[in-house]
Design a protein around this ligand. Sequence first.
Ligand SMILES: Cc1cc2nc3c(=O)[nH]c(=O)nc-3n(C[C@H](O)[C@H](O)[C@H](O)COP(=O)(O)OP(=O)(O)OC[C@H]3O[C@@H](n4cnc5c(N)ncnc54)[C@H](O)[C@@H]3O)c2cc1C
Length: 450
Amino acid sequence: MRIWRRLYAGAQKSSLGCRDQKVEKFVNLCNNHKLIYQHRSSKELLRWYFLLWICGQKLFAKNAFQIFEAARQILGPSFFSIVFKPFVYNLFIAGNDRKSILKSMRKMHDLGLIPFLSPMLEDSPDSLEEDHVKQAQNVTTIMDCISMCSELSSQTSLPINPLAIKLTAFIGTPILEELAKRCDQPFDSLLVEKLRTLNLGNENSLGLDLVHCEQYLKGISILEDICTSARENDVVLFIDAEYSHLQPAVRLITLTLMMEFNRGNKICIANTYQCYLKAGLAHLEEDLRISCNMSFPLGIKLVRGAYMEVERRQSFNKGLPDPICTNYALTNEAYDKAVQRLLYLAGDLSHLVVFATHNFDSVKKIAVHSNLPKSVYFAQINGMADPISFGLIHSGHQSLKLIPCGSVADVVPWLARRVQENSVALERVSWDKLLIRKELYRRFRNVVRK
Ligand SMILES: Cc1cc2nc3c(=O)[nH]c(=O)nc-3n(C[C@H](O)[C@H](O)[C@H](O)COP(=O)(O)OP(=O)(O)OC[C@H]3O[C@@H](n4cnc5c(N)ncnc54)[C@H](O)[C@@H]3O)c2cc1C
């Protein structure tokens, strides 16, 4: 008995030791500034450092959008572009034309990262009477992006070909809101089947009014064309999660698309699950159950959630309960639980899982997990959390880098949000700044020594 106990304790110790070693190795790789910034010139690093420093200035971070807009008005669009491009735009954005976007994607691929293109799509017009130029533009943009992803994959050996897309670009928010009210209940296979019938245009079983039903069917038909093209080109469409009053509809439509298009071991549609929602874990469980009952694999992008402040303000103004977890610790707990659940499933079933996060603790816990299946990926945003992305790829993991594309005017609101996000994630930004300083110092010392 004693021998067994000693053997058991020894085995536990050695597996703990092995885990500790893995953690240490991963942490060292994430701190290896020479490796992380080898592709960036010193000039770029200085610009990057300046941007991170300015993100730390509360007044700037809080009013980033207004400051960018005021500067655009004062300087005029052309002069604003000249100043804005090298200092902000080029650090985050792939470009605005096919040639420069493909160049940025190829550069990312050559660094070992998987480019995750994210076009800046405008929201779909709300009424039928409005012209549908925007919607048509969105279709052209997304089809161009599918073709770019396909071109890149034909020249490289990417394990996945991801593209971000938002449903509100194709179905107006009033329709999604109306649909969301009608399906804000636990989902089951019957509800998904009901929506599928509606997709087929046979029956308005969800009770949308006639005008909305017509618009809805048009949006769905556009989405089906996009999904067909994605499937033919081996592209995976990751549908963004948006505000919680729209999410029930976004989730339900995405489920029906997954049921239709994720067939024969090929996943080409993925949904986004937000762990900051009190109901986030329940949503994930419901969808896993439906996918199991109806025999189709899920594509899953797991995030914490991006709209906390707006959600809280809106629910307060409407006198509704706050849909967001009461505090940061509870969001983290929900994220950890979802990770455990998905890691347990990912090996057995054919789901595709992407952990989209800049949180070092979350990434570290997953990265040192033994035997991560091939269908598990990580994702970060271009220009953010580079130490994590490069630490991941240098330790043999697969990391996607979300890279937006669009004109300067299109990306200003998105960039302002990133500035705000950086200003909140103070610990991560201080870490980035420290590593950049160390790398600049190393380069400076090398020059002086010569
Ligand atoms: C590749 C990629 C794709 C993404 N796509 C989407 C998307 O489609 N939809 C979307 O909503 N978001 C999306 N996000 C953003 C994401 O949801 C987070 O806002 C962002 O990544 C910051 O969270 P984090 O996990 O990196 O970690 P951290 O920076 O450690 O966590 C910050 C997050 O924790 C939560 N939080 C902070 N304070 C509190 C509090 N007091 N109470 C409760 N919760 C709190 C919030 O969600 C906050 O954003 C994406 C992120 C990435 C990297």
